[in-house]
Design a protein around this ligand. Structure first.
Ligand SMILES: Cc1cc2nc3c(=O)[nH]c(=O)nc-3n(C[C@H](O)[C@H](O)[C@H](O)COP(=O)(O)OP(=O)(O)OC[C@H]3O[C@@H](n4cnc5c(N)ncnc54)[C@H](O)[C@@H]3O)c2cc1C
Length: 501
């Protein structure tokens, strides 16, 4: 462990190893996580504390896995190819130009000592291990990860839908399965390649399925031997409804709409196993599938368990309505990781749901409360009554329940686009996305799969004569040139699961 005193590198002539490990010049606000809450909190803070930042009285340090914030509601459209992957992310360094950004993983937080333990690529390279970063105020916003169950085969063959990498990987994978189906002579491989299973009927699962089905149906017109009706899409949902966010009536409409498109919606059904890519459902059905997308809920980020902060029975941080972590001074939280009391609910003990609608509003209050605390002013409560939700079911199709108004079809889809465009941070990203939508209205949809981008060295390794079996990145890129026979006979090429790597 590198201590603050050692790592500042202030001795003349010695390189400075990590400028964050020493004490900050002013009050340091450490923002853990650069997602919705992290980015918006830092953005509001840099506006609210402009003079203090300029004088060096305050420093805002954002630590996150990635140098960008992902606008998750646009991931389904990115998977469908309606929005470029780069445009659904917001570069933190550009937006947070008054903040310091550190790309790394927070592995622990000791709030009693006001320190966060952080590993970065540099610490791995230097072999120094994680560093301890001191702070004065902590905003802990690491969000959530997919909540999985011990379903046999899931870890090997499943994929989630929370990151831009997963969304684009899935798009490439779906198109690749159509290529496999088109080139194989084995009906069993063809059936498995053209069967796509989504587990979980919340907005992530339904929107991802709706957009990808729409994209694949369109793409099929360019294949001589794959027809839209050859594709089989299955939605597996454990409860008796889907899209609870849009209310019961609109949820029923969404089921009818999906079934009208021949999507097999199975309610009150669970995925029991997917070992060796054989899907076994609790209703007794069994069928092979090369695509199993798991979107059955989220759980708080694992780092929370490595803190000395209080957690509730679901592993979320226990918070006060002012967004302070309970029983602490100067530790603040919001978003998916935080259990924030819903003061607008009549139900005792009700908590704000983990969604973007709360995350973005909580971030604003959180930043105001930190600024208030720095200026010795009282903090205010977070209060927002859930206003409903909008969901896309594919191009020109949607469902919405907002302020008690129900919308379906084209108007709901239009509202979905307008709402999310208005919420997308920065004018730059708004303009790029709008431009893409307008262009895709004029020209045809993109149907190309760039799966080999995931294996950029494959082609060169082949040319350089890398030892077979020792090719660093093995997958669709290598299979294309060297192993066509294997592709055609077994269909054993890239899957979205870890096997591909
Ligand atoms: C496909 C999809 C569609 C959605 N659609 C909607 C919608 O239509 N409407 C809606 O209201 N909500 C929607 N949501 C939910 C919404 O995106 C989340 O509620 C919101 O992102 C939560 O914000 P957050 O800041 O808590 O977490 P996130 O936005 O997930 O940010 C957490 C950040 O912390 C980083 N991080 C985590 N752990 C660490 C660590 N140890 N060290 C460093 N960094 C770390 C992560 O990499 C990430 O950048 C959707 C979610 C998905 C996946």
């Amino acid at each position: 462990m590198v201590t603050a005193a050692h790592s500042r590198g202030e001795t003349p002539g010695t390189p400075q190893k990590n400028r964050f490990t020493g004490p900050a010049r002013g009050t340091r606000v450490l923002v853990a996580g650069g997602g919705y809450v992290g980015m918006y909190t830092a953005l509001h803070l840099q506006k609210l504390l402009r003079p203090e930042l300029a004088r060096g009285d305050v420093e805002i340090l954002v630590v996150s896995h990635d140098p960008y914030m992902t606008y998750q509601p646009f991931l389904p459209e990115a998977a469908a190819g309606s929005i470029s992957p780069r445009h659904v992310v917001v570069p933190l360094r550009r937006v947070l130009d008054k903040c310091a950004i550190l790309i790394g993983e927070i592995t622990a937080v000791t709030h009693a000592k006001r320190t966060a333990t952080v590993s970065t690529l540099a610490t791995a390279e230097e072999g120094t291990g994680a560093v301890e970063i001191p702070y004065d105020h902590l905003v802990i916003a690491p969000g959530s990860i997919s909540r999985t169950l011990p379903v046999p085969g899931l870890a090997d063959y499943g994929i989630g839908f929370k990151t831009v990498e997963e969304a684009i990987g899935l798009r490439n994978h779906v198109i690749e399965q159509m290529d496999i189906a088109s080139s194989t002579r084995d009906p069993a491989i063809r059936a498995a390649a053209l069967t796509f299973v989504f587990v979980g009927g919340g907005y992530a699962g339904v929107e991802a399925l709706g957009e990808l089905e729409d994209m694949a149906r369109y793409t099929a017109r360019y294949y001589h031997n794959v027809k839209p009706e050859d594709l089989r899409w299955v939605l597996v949902e454990a409860s008796d409804r889907i899209l609870p966010e849009v209310g019961e009536e609109m949820g029923r409409y969404a089921i009818r709409e999906l079934r009208r498109r021949n999507i097999d919606v199975r309610l009150e059904t669970r995925l029991d196993s997917c070992e060796n890519r054989l899907v076994v459902l609790s209703d007794g059905s069994r069928f092979p599938s090369r695509t199993i997308v798991w979107t059955a809920g989220v759980k708080p980020a694992p780092v929370l368990a490595a803190t000395d902060l209080p957690l509730n029975d679901r592993g979320r941080l226990r918070c006060t309505p002012e967004l302070r972590v309970e029983g602490t001074d100067r530790a603040w939280a919001a978003g998916d990781a935080a259990a924030v009391p819903d003061v607008t609910s009549a139900e005792p003990g009700a908590l704000c749901a983990p969604n973007a609608q709360h995350a973005v509003r909580q971030a604003k209050v959180l930043a105001e409360n930190i600024a208030a605390s720095l200026h010795d002013r009282p903090a205010k409560e977070y209060a927002h009554k859930y206003v409903g939700s909008v969901a896309s079911l594919g191009l020109h199709k949607g469902v919405a329940y907002v302020y008690g108004r129900k919308l379906k079809g084209y108007p709901a889809w239009f509202m979905h686009r307008v709402y999310h465009l208005s919420r997308m941070p920065t004018l730059n990203r708004k303009a790029r996305i709008l431009g893409e939508w307008l262009l895709s209205g004029l020209f045809k949809r993109e149907i190309v799969s760039l799966g080999s981008l995931e294996h950029p060295r494959a082609e060169f390794a082949l040319a350089a004569g890398a030892t077979p079996g020792r090719t660093p990145e093995k997958g669709p890129g290598t299979t294309r040139n060297t192993d066509t026979k294997r592709t055609e006979n077994t269909g054993d090429t890239g899957s979205p699961g870890p096997e591909q790597d």
